[in-house]
Write a protein that binds this ligand. Structure first.
Ligand code: 4NP
Length: 165
């Protein structure tokens, strides 16, 4: 099992969307038994909350249903997850601050390293902006998730397992 964790600030806009979009793509490809996905926030602001209503609505318009509840990133996540993908530089730095000896640095990456259109850029925070910001974020997330899944499939030799009778 490959464990993937998306991390933003509040865990109510960007990272739950990335989680939902990747889960959808995983189901489409029949890889449910090989990739586990979760998301979290570096802040405690929204612990226990559903995604932002604007994120949920935009996702729904794009045929993605979000069901996660916000939680804060915790140091145990360094052990549990293989890919810890930060939505922007600020969250990337805040995650690495929790790993003072750099033991897990190799697991922590910027999510948009997988965006061929603008590699390594921040996913803009849509929280304080208008509706159009949410669709912009969706398009970034969809594009990056697609390349991330290609990467995981190739690097870990994933294929649809059909072991059930
Ligand atoms: P997210 O967006 O990090 O993509 O979930 C935000 C959500 C809430 C806040 C900031 C960003 N906030 O300040 O409450």
């Amino acid at each position: 099992m490959i464990n993937v964790l998306f991390v933003c600030l509040g865990n109510i806009c960007r990272s739950p969307l990335a989680e939902g979009v990747l889960l959808h793509a995983i189901r489409e490809k029949g890889l449910e038994n090989q990739i586990h996905v979760d998301s979290s926030g570096t802040s405690s602001y929204h612990i226990g909350d559903s995604p932002d209503p604007r994120t949920m609505q935009n996702a729904r318009e794009n045929k993605i249903i979000l069901t996660s509840k916000a939680r804060q990133f915790r140091v145990e996540d360094f052990e549990k997850f293989d890919y810890i993908l930060a939505m922007d530089q600020s969250n990337y730095r805040n995650i690495l601050r929790l790993d003072p000896f750099g033991k897990y640095e190799h697991k922590v990456r910027l999510f948009r390293e997988f965006d061929e259109q603008e590699r390594g850029a921040d996913v803009p925070d849509p929280y304080f902006g208008g509706e159009e910001g949410f669709q912009h974020v969706f398009e970034i997330v969809e594009r990056s998730v697609s390349k991330l899944l290609d990467h995981l499939t190739e690097k870990h030799n994933l294929s649809v397992s059909n072991q059930d009778p």
